[in-house]
Write a protein that binds this ligand. Structure first.
Ligand SMILES: Cc1cc2nc3c(=O)[nH]c(=O)nc-3n(C[C@H](O)[C@H](O)[C@H](O)COP(=O)(O)OP(=O)(O)OC[C@H]3O[C@@H](n4cnc5c(N)ncnc54)[C@H](O)[C@@H]3O)c2cc1C
Length: 452
């Protein structure tokens, strides 16, 4: 019997890697293409996005965060080796070598090594009681610390992972302190919207300390984390959670000589192919992408892009041309009842890109004002002065607010103006929105004044 004609090797078995593997397999059958995934951890196809909700008790168990197991992939003729770290890529030979010395040659390679959580070089960061939140094992470790009786949780960082973890800790009954080096949480929101988030956290009973960089994780006599010291003060804690942002994990790629882009992530073309190595693809948090609005390089570590980019790579490897269309940076999160969403350019980004822009912010309610459960919502639009083209949008408000960002993301994607959005046929019934949806109200505010 003759062996497969070609082999695809995938490094990293989560969103990007498994999407690539599954899509290549859909397009090319097993006798033609062997698909081998090498994953250093114990799980593949897991949802890091679900970790805060598992820690917080809304998701019952770890198994629920695993979309598909290696056995399920094996049934699709995708071979998955877990516990297998790739130690090197030999681009000239077209092979990878694992930590234990096994070599796999490839005809096509997908690098899906993901992200690397930021860890500032401060003393005490490696002490027991300090937790990153990246893999399912991290979630398990935080749960164990809570079950062991932690009462005070301290979150370092005010990005969405930090805030989701702050909510999780509070749900589990911990007193929560959030400490951040920035002036406000959620740096990709404008300051006026960030202030709403900050006020929301404080209204939930969290202590929020802004504008102070962490200098040290304090440890007790047993060497365990017991707080942090910043350049302003010290804060006690039984556990410290890191939510300081995510960079690309590019160690392997850089050592192999794959080109990195200006963002520090792996440089790829619109088909996710690496520069100078058309047989090598990169996708997900390790790969550089580009802004759909400005065309400029971007690194946006989100699962939504990782899945799509993996699929693009898998399509191309499977013989079907595909292109990744770029990102707007659309994101949504929640902390308690406060929903937070953004898309496109914030004002800083609009300015950097050289746009003449204007901003309009409206306040409204999520449902008809008289309908039970109507909550406050603020919608901010950033639009191009003169043309009225939407460049960005931000939403902060109660339940029912966040996913409205998708209307605005779609509008920006389609280069619509505020006037276009104001006139769009959006749905209405009292339990869902006021007669004019807050999104349309915001768009009308722009188009009314933009037209003079
Ligand atoms: C707490 C949390 C919440 C999140 N919430 C959201 C959300 O709500 N929405 C959203 O869109 N995104 C969210 N994200 C981001 C999302 O999880 C990531 O963008 C996505 O997982 C990236 O997928 P990836 O496949 O590129 O990388 P990863 O998920 O990081 O997977 C990379 C894999 O490669 C493996 N690997 C790395 N190096 C090697 C090597 N040398 N050899 C073998 N294997 C290797 C790793 O073990 C890992 O399994 C969240 C992330 C976190 C941490």
């Amino acid at each position: 019997m003759s062996g497969p004609r070609e082999r695809l090797v995938v490094i990293g078995g989560d969103a990007a890697g498994m999407s690539a593997a599954a899509q290549a397999r859909r397009l090319r059958s097993a006798p033609e293409l062997e698909v081998v995934v090498l994953e250093q951890g114990g799980d593949v196809s897991f949802s890091a996005c679900g970790i805060p909700y598992w820690v917080g008790g809304q998701v019952a168990g770890r198994a629920e965060l695993i979309a598909r197991t290696p056995a399920e992939f094996a049934a699709q003729d995708i071979t998955v080796h877990t516990g297998t770290r790739v130690a090197g890529i030999d681009l000239d030979a077209g092979s990878v070598v694992t930590g234990s010395g096994t070599r796999y040659s490839y005809d096509a390679l997908v690098v899906g090594t993901g992200g690397r959580p930021a860890r500032p070089p401060v003393p005490g960061l490696d002490a027991p009681g300090v937790f990153g939140v990246h893999r399912l094992d991290d979630g398990a470790a935080v749960r164990t610390a809570i079950d062991a009786g932690a009462r005070r949780g301290l979150v370092l960082g005010g990005g969405y992972i930090g805030l989701e973890m702050a909510e999780a800790l509070q749900r589990r009954g911990l007193e929560v302190t959030v400490v951040l080096a920035d002036p406000l949480p959620m740096q990709l929101l404008d300051a006026d919207m960030g202030k709403r988030v900050c006020a929301g956290l404080r209204a939930m009973g969290m202590a929020v300390h802004t504008d102070q960089a962490v200098r040290e994780v304090l440890v007790d006599s047993a060497g365990r984390a017991c707080g942090v010291r910043t350049d302003v003060g010290s804060y006690d804690a039984d556990l410290v959670v890191l939510g300081l942002g995510m960079g690309p994990e590019v160690t392997l790629a850089a050592e192999a000589g794959l080109a990195l882009g200006t963002t520090g992530a792996i440089e790829v073309d619109h088909s996710q192919r690496c520069r100078d190595h058309p047989e090598v693809f990169a996708a997900g948090d390790c790969a550089q992408t580009f802004s759909r609005i400005t065309g400029e390089p971007a690194h946006v570590a989100l699962g939504t892009h990782a899945n799509k980019q993996g699929r693009v790579a898998g399509s191309v490897i499977g013989g079907r041309p595909a292109r990744f269309p770029g990102v707007l940076g659309t994101a949504v999160t929640k902390v308690g009842n406060l929903e937070i969403a953004r898309t496109g350019l914030c004002t800083t980004q609009a300015e950097q890109a050289g746009f003449g822009y204007r901003t309009d912010t409206i306040e409204a309610t999520t449902r008809a004002g008289y309908f039970p459960g109507a909550e406050e919502i603020a919608v901010k639009l950033i639009s191009e002065r003169g043309s009225g083209r939407l460049l960005g949008a931000q939403i902060v408000g109660g339940p029912g607010s966040g996913k409205r960002i998708d209307v605005l993301a779609t509008a920006i994607w389609a280069s619509m103006t505020a006037e276009d959005v104001a006139g769009t046929d959006l749905s209405y019934a009292p339990p869902f929105s006021p007669v004019y949806d807050p999104v349309a109200v915001a768009a009308r505010a722009v188009s009314r004044t933009e037209q003079g």
